[in-house]
Design a protein around this ligand. Structure first.
Ligand code: FES
Ligand SMILES: [Fe+2]
Length: 362
């Protein structure tokens, strides 16, 4: 694989085609980028009550790690492995209410804190239970009613989310988000996951690909801000379009913000609009196939369909077409990695630097 230097946006070149096409590079990224990452587990409304359980899969299509959200009788919420410690049967298939977790294969029973309570065929004389008989717990935390887990976190959750919390944590409504499952969709894109992330971090294409979105936001004042593990694209509203009124003592005081487009390394996008948050989770499936989950968390239904966060389906379709074209272009024998547009592609350059830090040469 080629080895671009990643220090100066004016002279650096982007990763070579091999990074996007090689199975080995894709697998290495799965292990070195995604295993240490934080992953969004969705809104926690399903486990709001005591003694409730809800299964989750961490990174379906690549890591496929079965997890289980469990709130015990005292109200403590945990994230457990959803795999029985006996012979690896999956424990809970659907959200439910229960005082304990019972494995359907040989009847092992766990408390909602993950400790094994009983197991037919095992006795104390066998040294049972040992610590390894309890359900493992990945790193887990919450923010704005949503859950996040990591198998081997490279950074504390609070540090990873700090830029979003500092900039948007005081927005009224953030504590009153409601899922809107009728709006949920999963889109398959015939492209590498990094192509999807790069397209997201690229505001330069908006006037060319998204004529509708281009009428809602003021591209003359579009800006990018970089954080250690994140990028914010701040879009201001054109005159007459719906906008936030940001807090008067914050960095956006006086601005008519149409959208805060947050990307958190490696694969989470939190698009914060005046109506709520459109969450995008990028799920790698192969070097040429990626699924993007779109989930809506709403705080003001009356503003749905307006402004930058209005016709999201159209924007998604426009993006999918160009990403698939790029994936085909990456096969071309005559193509060489392009340079960065310094004023518009700092987010993409930042992404590539983070990839390089995780993977070494790309
Ligand atoms: S696999 Fe769960 S009790 Fe045997
Ligand atoms: Fe786009």
């Amino acid at each position: 694989m080629s080895a671009p230097s990643c220090g100066d946006i004016r002279t650096d070149t982007a990763p070579g085609a091999a990074f996007y096409r090689s199975d080995a590079a894709w697998t290495l990224a799965r292990e070195r980028v995604f295993v240490p990452s934080w992953q969004w587990l969705g809104h926690l409304g399903e486990v709001a009550a005591t003694q409730t359980l809800a299964p989750r899969t961490l990174l379906p299509g690549s890591l496929d790690e079965p997890l289980l959200l469990a709130r015990d009788a005292q109200g403590t919420l945990r994230c457990l492995s959803n795999v029985c410690t006996h012979r690896a049967n999956l424990l809970v298939a659907a959200p439910c209410s229960a005082p304990h977790i019972r494995c359907g294969y040989h009847g092992r029973r766990f408390g909602l804190d993950g400790t094994v309570q009983a197991s037919p065929g095992f006795t104390a004389q066998d040294g049972f239970p040992a610590p390894t008989d309890h359900l493992p717990q990945p790193a887990f935390g919450t923010w704005a009613g949503q859950g996040f887990a990591s198998l081997s976190p490279a950074t504390p959750l609070a540090d990873w989310l700090a830029p979003v919390e500092q900039r948007c944590g005081a927005l009224p409504g953030l504590q009153a988000l409601r899922p809107a499952p009728a709006r949920d969709a999963d889109h398959v894109v015939q492209a590498h996951w990094a192509v999807v992330v790069e397209n997201y971090l690229d505001g330069l294409h908006i006037p060319f690909i998204h004529p509708g979105l281009n009428t809602a936001i003021d591209m003359g004042h579009y800006r990018y801000e970089l954080f250690p593990g994140a990028c914010l694209q701040l879009a201001l509203a054109r005159e007459g379009e719906v906008a936030f009124a940001p807090p008067t003592d914050g960095p956006d005081a006086g601005l008519r913000v149409a959208a805060y487009y947050w990307w958190l390394f490696p694969n989470l996008m939190l698009n914060i609009y005046p109506w709520g948050i459109s969450v995008n989770v990028v799920l790698p499936e192969s070097p040429e196939r990626t699924t993007v989950q779109f989930r809506s968390l709403v705080w003001d239904e009356a503003l749905l369909g307006q402004g930058a966060g209005g016709d999201l389906q159209r924007v998604q379709d426009e993006d999918a077409a160009v990403m698939q074209a790029v994936q085909l272009g990456l096969r071309a024998r005559l193509w060489r990695p392009g340079r960065y547009a310094a004023q518009h592609e700092s987010g993409i350059h930042h992404f590539h630097r983070l990839l390089k830090a995780a993977l070494g040469e790309i």
